[in-house]
Ligand binder design. Structure first.
Ligand code: PRP
Length: 184
């Protein structure tokens, strides 16, 4: 059943053009990131903050590769209507725990223009964390509008529309276990 489902995407007439990052490379890289992060946050009070929806699978895998104590909390955001691309977002679900005095690791699936992460970093810093670092699975650096320090980066990818491993096209394809390029 599972094989048939995936074969349908990769062989037939559909919206998926090709696999960009296969599952084994993804998991290998996530585990490398987990090891480095675990080293850097040894003996620190680590608060992982994942931005919904796109980062939920990456965050879940990354968390299982951490060998330090860490909490996980989620934020959900949406662009203000009429201001798409401005980087101004509305928080539709806020964190449940305080991050004041704690070490925040902001987890994103992809950094594109950088506007969303830049805004999130600004509002999270206002909450007085001990530190804040950004971890992004994918960096579409060619599209960057704002210079952002990505402390932990999975892959630099070209300017193509990607889906899978949490990322969507019209809310579909989040369940693909690999990163795929959408047909242009
Ligand atoms: C994606 C991603 C980032 C943002 C990056 O979210 O998760 O939050 O876009 O883009 P930027 O660098 O140009 O600001 P998306 O809007 O696709 O929402 P989703 O995660 O709920 O699918």
């Amino acid at each position: 059943m599972k094989e048939n489902f995936h074969k349908k995407f990769l062989t037939g007439e559909n919206e998926i053009a090709k696999v960009l990052i296969p599952q084994n490379r993804l998991l290998q890289r996530v585990s490398e990131l987990g090891a480095v992060i675990s080293q850097d946050y040894e003996d620190k009070d680590l608060a992982v903050v994942a931005i919904l929806k796109g980062s939920f699978i990456f965050a879940a895998d990354l968390l299982r590769d951490l060998t330090v104590n860490a909490t996980i909390d989620f934020m959900s955001i949406s662009s203000y209507a009429g201001q798409p691309g401005s980087g101004v977002v509305r928080i539709t679900k806020d964190l449940e725990e305080s991050v004041t005095g704690r070490h925040i690791l902001l987890v994103e699936d992809i950094i594109d223009t950088g506007l969303t992460a830049n805004y999130l970093i600004r509002i999270l810093k206002e909450r007085g964390p001990a530190s804040l670092s950004l971890c992004a699975l994918l960096d579409k650096s060619a599209r960057r509008l704002i210079d952002l320090p990505i402390a932990y980066r999975g892959f630099d990818i070209p300017d193509v529309f990607v889906v899978g491993y949490g990322m969507d096209f019209q809310q579909k394809y989040r369940n693909l276990p690999y990163i795929a390029v959408l047909r242009a």
